[in-house]
Design a protein around this ligand. Structure first.
Ligand SMILES: NC(=O)CC[C@H](N)C(=O)O
Length: 222
């Protein structure tokens, strides 16, 4: 089982992600430069957080045209796991692998905090090691994290149990339905604004995020 972490120009959470997967999880992990075109040697793909292409136009709007994205779309269509964190989530919505969009935070400020989430659906490969409705503490750091989808799409993802995490307490960005993380209808592509890799080692103040990676690894090994 090997992970690949994609590096776009401006990614800044790629090495933290490698640390979480390689040191926290014990999985072989390599960085994938965005100009690469194949994913042959990796089974799990992670798009990390950061400021790809300086967030020009919209966060993720340029990165989604990077050469590696064709292989990632193919990987996802084959039912293999793709995880996007923060900027990675934004890229996945821009490329159409996840529904909806991440728009400018309601307060128009970049928010950087440690917040509480609720695990809404623990029946997915990304969340099965959490308890249903478990409260988890995970850091956030974003300027465009306000989840938006049209009414029909929103109803569809709610009916389909595609909302995996919701903000508990104060909604930090104005996301519809307090949505912090979702998956696609097949359940193999997931994106979330909070940063589980920043909650993957006790030295960082918590390990609630590591459970997500453990869930994924366990489901991939079965
Ligand atoms: N930490 C991140 O990935 C930030 C994502 C993006 N640059 C934003 O500000 O919304």
């Amino acid at each position: 089982m090997k992970f690949g972490v994609v590096v776009f120009p401006g990614s800044n959470c790629d090495r933290d992600m490698v640390y979480a997967l390689r040191d926290g999880l014990g999985c072989p992990t390599r960085l994938i430069w965005h100009q690469e075109t194949t994913l042959e040697d990796v089974e799990g793909v992670v798009l990390p957080g950061g400021f790809s292409y300086g967030d020009y136009l919209r966060c993720g709007a340029i990165a989604r045209f990077s050469p590696i994205m064709t292989a990632i779309v193919e990987h996802a269509h084959q039912g293999k796991p793709v995880l996007g964190i923060c900027n990675g989530f934004q890229v996945l919505t821009e490329v159409g692998l996840l529904p909806g969009a991440l728009t400018r935070n309601q307060g128009l400020h970049f928010v950087c905090d440690r917040i509480t989430l609720k695990v809404d659906n623990n029946q997915t490969s990304f969340t099965h090691l959490y308890a249903k409705d478990q409260r988890v503490t995970i850091p956030i750091a974003h300027g465009e994290g306000r989840y938006y989808a049209d009414a029909e799409t929103l109803a569809q993802i709610e009916d389909n149990q595609q909302v995996l995490f919701r903000y508990l307490g104060e909604n930090p960005n104005g996301s519809l339905n307090d949505i912090a993380g979702i998956c696609n209808s097949k359940g193999n592509v997931m994106g979330m604004m909070p940063h589980p890799e920043r909650a993957s080692d006790p030295i960082l103040g918590g390990t609630d995020g590591l459970t997500l990676f453990k869930s994924l690894l366990e489901s991939m090994n079965h």
